[in-house]
Design a protein around this ligand. Structure first.
Ligand SMILES: Cc1cc2nc3c(=O)[nH]c(=O)nc-3n(C[C@H](O)[C@H](O)[C@H](O)COP(=O)(O)OP(=O)(O)OC[C@H]3O[C@@H](n4cnc5c(N)ncnc54)[C@H](O)[C@@H]3O)c2cc1C
Length: 434
């Protein structure tokens, strides 16, 4: 099986006296689980050893090859069968398979590390994979942005509102304010997402070259930001590709142009490697509370450092001040929700965790835009060449766009998150009946 609730997995491993285990069970939605592109396929799978404790404490990690190695070095089939291929909306370059292990009672698996510690081992891979999902989403959105930008520059349609002459030539659609708005939306999402992902990459690198408490701090920052770096580019990537498609008008809906495929391909990213709902609960229910809130404090200190740096520049001060207010709101909302956790329990506390993730994500991207604006301002003061001036001015306008159009969205989210009326918890399923 696959899915959000790992505790319920039922694939089992029975020990033998030969150094391997006999594996039985199914795995769903396995990316590239079977194909002809390699001589062998080695699966790393979470499995429950027979009589292991229930829940996550009884999950172990196994190596299960499609073909096992015989004593003479040749390969023999290991009873791993592909029982189905999913037909998908997008992401069609990879076959997503349903696998059956041990249908003929002849599937062997080898334990990785210690028994019952599989989830911790798997999360070493999963944390990196979640960042990679965010990166893949940002890359698809980036391709969509450049495709729609190119189209907007070339497609003549309509005239400026100030042009009264119906015989004057039509203008490229990039001249229309509404098209520029859509392009700026894409640019601010794509480059904001990439900046956050690079920030995570920096924390990971620093974690590897530091020691002691400093190392732990970088690890905490990376852990805290992982659900955000996975979800923001994925969720906003869908909207960003959708706006890109909109820029192409009718052609956006057609296979002759790349937008329709990019729009389909980006849709997987809020689903796999933990849905956005799961990421929201991870951020609010685990990461914000981790080490008595130390990760959250470290993060706020990082954002405040960027605010201080920007406040020295009169042009950037208004943005720095807005981010300061946003950080205050983040603290208020978080404290309010922790209060709910203490008084009303986890259902009420985490009911709107996905909205909290969205709220947190917008502020994190505003932080990244402020940092980019600081760099752009410094670069512009060095009298760069014309193309660099355009590049850095583009950064400044995208920053203004994000602070002017996206950051205000936290106001509505904060109202909802502070309301605490438990609407979705108390709603009865019967009320959905027509
Ligand atoms: C194209 C593709 C490739 C994939 N590749 C792999 C792979 O290589 N390996 C692998 O192991 N898996 C893979 N998956 C599986 C993927 O990780 C799961 O589909 C995903 O984790 C969601 O699990 P699910 O499909 O069981 O949905 P469910 O867990 O049933 O979730 C359905 C909805 O319910 C919500 N939900 C579930 N539980 C809760 C809860 N406790 N509280 C609140 N909301 C909840 C979810 O957020 C979601 O919105 C792939 C999936 C796809 C579509």
């Amino acid at each position: 099986q696959a899915g959000s609730s790992l505790t319920d997995l039922t694939t089992t491993a029975t020990p033998t006296d030969q150094g391997y285990y006999k594996i039985k069970g199914q795995k769903l939605f396995i990316s590239a689980g079977d194909h002809d592109g390699a001589d062998n396929i080695i699966h790393l799978a979470l499995v429950r050893i027979k009589d292991a404790p229930p829940g996550i404490k009884g999950i172990s990690l196994f190596i299960i090859p499609k073909k096992r190695i015989k004593a003479d070095g040749s390969l023999e089939f290991n009873d791993v069968n592909c029982t189905g291929i999913y037909h998908k909306l997008g992401y069609r370059g990879a076959p997503i398979t349903q696998l059956a292990f041990g249908e003929n009672d002849d599937c062997r698996g080898w334990l990785v590390g210690e028994a019952n510690k599989g989830l911790a081992y798997m999360f070493q891979m999963m944390n990196g994979a979640r960042i990679d999902v965010g990166l893949a989403a940002a890359c698809i959105s980036s391709a969509a942005y450049y495709a729609s930008l190119e189209y907007a520059r070339e497609r003549p349609q309509g005239r400026k509102l100030t042009s009264k002459d119906p015989l004057s030539p039509q203008v490229p659609i990039i001249e229309h304010a509404d098209v520029r708005r859509m392009l700026l939306f894409q640019k601010s999402i794509v480059e904001g997402s990439l900046a956050l992902l690079i920030q995570c990459g920096l924390y990971e690198d620093l974690e590897h070259v530091t020691e002691g408490e400093e190392r732990e701090n970088y690890n905490l920052l990376l852990e805290l930001l992982t659900p955000v770096a996975k979800s923001y580019p994925s969720e906003m990537g869908i909207l960003s590709c959708s706006q890109g498609l909109q820029i192409l008008g009718g052609y956006g809906f057609c296979e002759e142009f790349p937008l329709e495929q990019l729009y389909r391909d980006v849709r997987i990213h809020p689903i796999h490697e933990g849905t956005t709902g799961i990421q929201g609960m991870d951020l609010l229910g685990r990461k914000m509370m981790m080490k008595k809130g130390k990760a959250a404090q470290l993060y706020l200190a990082e954002v405040r450092k960027a605010i201080r740096e920007a406040q020295d520049d009169m042009e950037l001060k208004p943005f720095a001040d807005k981010l300061q207010l946003a950080v205050g709101q983040l603290e208020n909302v978080t404290a309010h929700l922790f209060g709910i956790a203490a008084k009303e329990g986890p259902e009420m506390f985490l009911a709107d965790a996905t909205l909290y993730l969205e709220f947190f994500g917008i502020i994190a991207i505003a932080w990244q835009w402020l940092r980019q604006a600081v760099c752009a301002r410094k670069a512009l003061q060095k009298n760069p060449g014309e193309s660099d001036v355009n590049f850095y001015n583009g950064k400044m306008v995208a920053c203004r766009y994000f602070f002017g159009y996206e950051l205000p969205k936290i106001e509505g989210l904060a109202i909802r998150l502070l309301s605490g009326d438990g609407l979705t918890v108390t709603m009865k399923n019967e009320y959905f009946e027509d």
